[in-house]
Write a protein that binds this ligand. Structure first.
Ligand SMILES: [Zn+2]
Ligand SMILES: [Zn+2]
Length: 266
């Protein structure tokens, strides 16, 4: 099926996860049929990187990132910045991460998460590829690190699966960063989040699924997949009182502004 000009981008999914093993081709086809023109498969562990790059090399509408999730920061302490820089030179790698701080789950010690976060920032600064930031229950520390590191040298960034507070939103927007909204915005109990995102400038918003997790309404509870980003984008168009196609194009243009290394599909 031909893509419509107002196609969508799923800026954050995990296509290499076992959840997609049985029906990968159908997942990719459904994404295209739902007008999702590009997907970014996000790295969470060092030993996933080659597999993810292979997927991105095989499909021209899939890009990828390199990095280690904060959950794994303690077991991947030997993370080597130059290794990530080298992997990032692959033409299909368009971002660094996901990295950040998760003080909600705290699967890794805080010090290890901070150390890993700073290493990823160094790689983002060196490559100028956007940093994919995961932050939960860690707004202040996240802002403090981003701001102090930014002063040492600029780097581009995205707060993925945004659930943080207004203060963080304002501070990262001041740094020139983007905010990626997931299916969580559609959840009935997310009224506080919806209140916060009202004030985010529309020219900084991109959309994602974070699939296989966090399927949006009305599919909540099912396995998530890139085609479902359509539900989130429609919900947001309505929320911001925008024409759907205009809103879709806006988020896709925003995507290309922050992910400068990604090529537009032909
Ligand atoms: Zn995440
Ligand atoms: Zn993720």
């Amino acid at each position: 099926m031909e893509l419509e000009s107002s196609y969508l981008v799923d800026s954050h999914c995990h296509l290499n996860f076992k959840d997609f093993e049985d029906d990968f081709e159908e997942v990719i086809k459904r994404a295209r049929d739902s007008n999702v023109g590009i997907m970014v498969s996000i790295s969470t562990e060092l030993d996933e990187i080659d597999q993810i790059i292979n997927i991105a090399e095989k499909y021209k509408n899939i890009f990828c990132t390199v990095g280690v999730h904060p959950h794994s920061a303690n077991i991947q302490k030997d993370l080597n910045e130059s290794y990530l820089v080298e992997k990032a030179s692959n033409p299909n790698v368009i971002g660094i991460g996901e990295t950040g701080l998760d003080f909600f789950h705290e699967n890794s010690l805080k010090e290890d998460q901070i150390d890993s976060f700073i290493k990823h920032i160094n790689v983002s600064r060196e490559t100028q590829l956007p940093l994919i930031i995961h932050t939960r229950e860690a707004d202040d520390k996240t802002c403090e690190i981003l701001e102090s590191e930014y002063r040492k040298g600029a780097f581009p960034g995205i707060i993925h699966c945004f659930t943080a507070g207004e203060n963080l939103a304002k501070r990262v927007i001041d740094l020139g960063f983007y905010i990626s909204l997931s299916g969580i915005v559609t959840f009935k109990n997310a009224s506080e989040l919806r209140e916060t995102i009202k004030n985010i400038p529309l020219d900084r918003i991109i959309v994602e699924t974070d699939s296989p997790y966090l399927s949006p309404e009305p599919l909540r509870g099912r396995r998530n997949e890139p085609s479902h980003v359509l539900h989130t984008a429609k919900f947001l168009a309505n929320f911001y009182e925008k024409d759907e196609k205009d809103f879709f194009s806006l988020t896709t243009n925003n995507f290309f502004k922050i992910f400068k290394k990604a090529n537009r599909p032909v």
